[in-house]
Write a protein that binds this ligand. Structure first.
Ligand SMILES: *Cc1c(COP(=O)(O)O)cnc(C)c1O
Length: 464
C-alpha cells in the first residue's frame, strides 16, 4: 500500500516579491498563515506565476477531462461561480436546469420512461460510481435479508482493467472486488469471464464503456445476455451498472446502433462524466437509474425546495452549481448534431494519428480510436530499441506535449504503453504538429543511441 507522504517538503518561508518595481513584502511564510495579508494584485501575481510551471492544459493528451469551452460558456461560468447546487430553494432555476439535463440524458440513453428515471449530478464519475455501487449493494442486502440469507459477504464483478474508482468503491463500501483478469487474448470483460466470477453474493457487474487504458468498449449486451441466460437456468438475477464515464457521451453520437444503455432491461444504472466527453470543465458527473423504483427509499434525503421538499441522493452536500449550467449550455448550443460533429472530429483526429504512428515503424497499436477517440500503442514486441516509451514521453515533454507512458494492468504489467486522448480543441492542425514532434523525438532518441553506442565502444576499447 502506498504510504501517505509529502512529495514536496517545502522551505518554511521564502522571500516573495514577484514584481521588483513594487514595494513588496519580502518574506511570506508558506506553511502557515502570515500575520498580515498582501495586496490583491500581489496575491494574484504570486499564484499566477507559480501556475506558469504547470503543464499547458491544451497540450495535455493524458487527460479525458475538458480543457476548453467557448467564451460564452466561460462567461456563464464566472456569472454562476457563486451558486451552490444544494441550495435548491434559493436557486430553483439551477435545480430545474439540473433536472432538465437528467431528462435529456435519460432520453439519450433510451430510458423506457424518461420521466420515471432517477438521476443526480455529481462532482464526477467517481461520486456517480459510488452511488451506483451503493444502490446495488443495498438492493442485494435487502433481498438477502428478505430471503433469510446472509448479507455480509457481497462481491462485485468487473475486469482487472477497471478504473481505480471501482477499487475504491469496493474498499470504502466493504464489497469484495472480483476482478476478471484481462489477458493479451482477452483484453476486456467477457461474458464467459463474468459467468465464472458471479455467484449469489454478487451485487452487480460493471462493464466499462471505454476502458481507460485503450478506449475500447466492453460488450455490455453480450454480458447482459449471458446474465439473462444465467437467470433462466438458476434464478440468480444480477443487475448491470455501466461505467460510461467517457462512452456515455460518445457512443450515442458515434455508434447510435450500439446497444449498451437502458434499452437493455438488465442495465439498472449508468454513470458518465459531464467533464469528459460531455465537454464541460472539471467538476461534473451524472448517475442515472432506469426507474426511480430501483433506488431504495432509505437512501434518499430531503432538502427544502420552494417551501416544499426535494429528494436528493448524493455524497456531497454543498457543491458548485456552475458546471451543471455549463452542461445545459452545451446541450442547447450543440444539440445532437453538434455533439456528433465534435465527437466525430475527435475520432477522425485520433484515427489519423494512430494510423500515422503505426506507419512509423517501431510501434504497434493496441487500439486505434474506433471506439472512444483514444488510442494506445507500444513498442513492437520483438523489436529491440535501446530507448523506451518513458524516454519518448520525456522528450515530448520538452516541447510541452504531455503524453503519458505507463504499464498495463496486472498480469500485463510488463507491457508499457503510450496513450493519447483526443478531445475537443485538439485540431487536425495541432495533431500534425504533434506528429512532426513525435517523429523528431524518435529520431533524436535513435541518434542518441548511436552516440551512446560509440561511447560504449570507445570505453570497451580503452579497458582492453
Ligand atoms: C474517468 C473515469 C472514471 C472516474 O471519473 P471522474 O469523472 O474522473 O471522477 C471512472 N471510470 C472510468 C471508466 C473513467 O474513465
Amino acid at each position: 500500500m502506498p504510504r501517505w507522504h509529502n512529495r514536496h517538503p517545502e522551505a518554511r518561508d521564502i522571500p516573495i516579491n514577484p514584481l521588483y518595481a513594487r514595494a513588496g513584502e519580502n518574506r511570506i511564510p508558506r506553511l502557515e498563515l502570515a500575520k498580515q495579508g498582501v495586496l490583491p494584485d500581489t496575491a494574484y501575481q504570486i499564484v499566477h506565476d507559480e501556475l506558469a510551471l504547470d503543464g499547458n492544459a491544451r497540450l495535455n493528451l493524458a487527460t479525458f477531462v475538458g480543457t476548453w469551452m467557448e467564451p460564452q460558456a466561460r462567461q456563464l461560468y464566472l456569472e454562476a461561480a457563486d451558486k451552490n447546487m444544494i441550495d435548491k430553494d434559493e436557486y430553483p432555476q439551477t435545480a430545474a436546469i439540473e433536472d432538465r439535463c437528467i431528462r435529456i440524458l435519460a432520453n439519450l440513453w433510451h430510458a423506457p420512461d424518461a420521466q420515471r428515471a432517477l438521476g443526480v449530478s455529481t462532482t464526477g464519475s467517481s461520486e456517480a460510481c459510488m452511488l451506483g455501487g451503493l444502490v446495488l449493494k443495498r438492493r442485494w442486502q435487502k433481498r438477502q435479508r428478505a430471503a433469510g440469507k446472509p448479507a455480509d459477504r457481497p462481491n462485485i464483478v468487473f475486469s482487472s482493467a477497471v478504473q481505480v474508482v471501482w477499487e475504491k468503491f469496493a474498499n470504502y463500501f466493504e464489497v469484495e472486488p472480483r476482478y476478471v483478469e484481462v489477458t493479451p487474448e482477452r483484453p476486456r470483460l467477457t461474458p464467459e469471464g463474468v459467468l465464472e466470477a458471479v455467484d449469489e453474493n454478487t451485487i452487480g457487474v460493471v462493464p466499462v464503456l471505454g476502458v481507460t487504458y485503450t478506449g475500447a468498449y466492453e460488450p455490455v449486451v453480450e454480458i447482459a445476455t449471458a446474465l439473462d441466460d444465467l437467470e433462466n437456468r438458476t434464478g440468480l438475477d444480477i443487475p448491470v451498472h455501466v461505467d460510461g464515464a467517457s462512452g456515455g457521451f460518445v457512443a450515442p453520437f458515434l455508434n447510435p446502433e450500439l446497444v449498451w444503455d437502458f434499452r437493455i432491461p438488465r442495465v439498472y444504472s449508468i454513470n458518465t462524466s459531464g467533464h469528459k466527453y460531455g465537454l464541460v470543465y472539471p467538476g461534473l458527473g451524472w448517475a442515472l437509474w432506469r426507474d426511480q423504483e430501483i433506488v431504495p427509499q432509505e437512501l434518499i434525503f430531503d432538502v427544502s425546495y420552494l417551501g416544499g421538499n426535494m429528494p436528493t441522493f448524493a455524497l456531497n452536500f454543498s457543491r458548485p452549481g456552475a458546471q451543471v449550467l455549463l452542461q445545459y449550455y452545451n446541450f442547447l448550443r450543440l444539440g445532437y448534431e453538434g455533439y456528433e460533429k465534435v465527437q466525430r472530429t475527435c475520432q477522425q483526429v485520433a484515427r489519423f494519428l494512430s494510423s500515422n504512428i503505426e506507419a512509423m515503424g517501431p510501434f504497434e497499436l493496441l487500439s486505434d480510436g474506433s471506439d472512444l477517440p483514444v488510442f494506445a500503442w507500444r513498442i513492437k514486441s520483438g523489436h529491440k530499441e535501446p530507448w523506451d516509451l518513458h524516454d519518448l514521453s520525456h522528450v515530448m515533454r520538452e516541447r510541452g506535449w504531455q503524453v503519458p507512458a505507463y504499464p498495463l494492468p496486472p498480469r500485463l504489467e510488463d507491457t508499457t504503453i503510450m496513450r493519447v486522448v483526443v478531445r475537443n480543441s485538439f485540431s487536425m492542425d495541432l495533431a500534425r504538429l504533434f506528429l512532426d514532434d513525435l517523429k523528431r523525438a524518435v529520431s533524436h532518441l535513435q541518434s542518441l543511441d548511436g552516440r551512446l553506442a560509440r561511447v560504449e565502444e570507445s570505453q570497451t576499447a580503452f579497458h582492453h
